[in-house]
Design a protein. Sequence first.
Length: 198
Amino acid sequence: MRQFMSMSVFAGLLIGIAGLVYLRVGGLAGAVLFGFGLLSVIMCGAQLYTGKSGYLPYRESWRLLPMLVGNALGCLAAAYITTYVATDFVADNLDKILAARLSASWHGLVVTSIGTGMIMTLSVYGARKGHYLPLLFGVPLFILCGLPHCVADAYYYSVALLAGKAEVAMLGAWAWAIVGNYIGCNLPRWFMGDKFEG
């Protein structure tokens, strides 16, 4: 269990660092560089909620909760690092992300998060088969579309928390993204059935 939790925290830290580069660079370049996070998670075998949700046997789905807690702790650590390198550009990009999340309806968050989950599972699916282009294209795809990723959002909310910008509504927005990501992560195996090789 100790190894499982440490690898969950590590996954959150990697995604948080990727979120930091997106906040600092922004745009297409930042979205592409964010891909380092997922590539590193796959390379290291870290425990990422959106990387595992579509693969865990349903009877083991309970493992996603401690995994998500670990991911969030890793994101909090990355947010702490961000306090030392934050710029006005970082704050501006963060404000845009927060505004988009907090102005969305609950069903809007669920539906858009489904898109992210599906993209994440297909990206990991490709990597498991030795094809890494889905990873390189999938991450910028969901970012540039503005689709919520619950672990990346845990990082953004943590940065906001440490900057004194926290709002209670963030917790609800995060919860709906978690639900939507889970549904989306499972769509490939639901649609593909026996053709899906987990």
